[in-house]
Write a new protein. Sequence first.
Length: 131
Amino acid sequence: MATIELTTEGFDRTASGEAMVVVDFWAPWCGPCRQFAPVFEAASDKFSGAVFGKVNVDEQQELASMFGVRSIPTLMIMREKVVLFSQAGSLPTGQLSELLERAAALDMAQVHREIAEGAGDAGDAGGTGGA
């Protein structure tokens, strides 16, 4: 299996890399989490350009809290430290594959421009938009 266990201590190092990071927030007692696990594992085998990590919310409460996880399973997709997708609930294989393909195809330079423009609009009364 191509998934790794993510912890609070190592999360920043993982998220700072250039690869897309796909995170499954789960718990061993959660039935829907156990049902989603094979779908997540299969996706990790198919999408070799992404890092697939699992966060046990019982053991990594600080990390779950940092991302506002309130229900499990929660799936999150990040690229270049930007959360592109975060949603509670499991996805069937086809929907997960489509979502991962769309996230991988995003123009991250455009995403960063849009974030910068949004931050400039919200925090810049002069309307210069930052840089």
